[in-house]
Design a binder for this molecule. Structure first.
Ligand SMILES: [Zn+2]
Length: 184
């Protein structure tokens, strides 16, 4: 006998996969970064104050880790190459390597900081795929917990996060100090 979904519930497994990545689309709607100074991922050498202002947890030589200013969930991070490129195949092997290390190490640190039940890790390449900033590729890392998966607040962008960005930054920044210690 077929199992019936509870009436009126938005079961995550019943939602179209595309919805999973919908939050990223709303993150920077209205912004059309041109690269360079206009791109949130592009920055040269930055001091501690700028790093904090731009929510950068760690800036390596080839990649960086920063908080999403419009998080879908607490601890929503983005890992991006330092270079303004749109897609992973345009990266050098060295850049891909640092990016990949930062993704893995960020997952590890998010597990330590938040003890999430799961994480979404992924990239939207191109506007058609939902990228808010299509010209500078970036990987999203979002801690997930059971019960946070009602898609309605995601769609309507009205989700209220219990933890402020400042608090998230203060919590994570010490954990990320060493993320690139043995790289570049
Ligand atoms: Zn850029």
């Amino acid at each position: 006998m077929a199992r019936r979904a509870p009436r009126g519930s938005a079961r995550p497994e019943a939602a179209p996969p595309a919805l999973l990545w919908a939050p990223w689309r709303s993150a920077y709607v209205g912004q059309t970064p041109l690269g360079g100074a206009d791109c949130i991922f592009c920055m040269g050498r930055i001091g501690a104050a700028t790093r904090r202002r731009r929510l950068v947890l760690y800036a390596g030589r080839l990649a960086l880790v920063m908080l999403n200013r419009y998080p879908y969930n607490n601890g929503h991070l983005m890992v991006a190459p330092r270079r303004h490129v749109a897609s992973p195949e345009l990266l050098t092997r060295e850049e891909r390597s640092e990016l990949s290390e930062f993704v893995s190490r960020s997952v590890q640190r998010l597990r330590t900081a938040y003890r999430p039940a799961g994480l979404n890790v992924g990239m939207n390449l191109g506007r058609a795929a939902g990228a808010g900033i299509a010209d500078h590729m970036h990987c999203h890392l979002v801690p997930r917990w059971e019960g946070d998966n009602n898609f309605m607040p995601v769609i309507s962008s009205t989700r209220v996060l219990p933890q402020s960005l400042a608090r998230t930054y203060a919590l994570l920044e010490p954990l990320f100090k060493t993320i690139g210690a043995d790289l570049s």
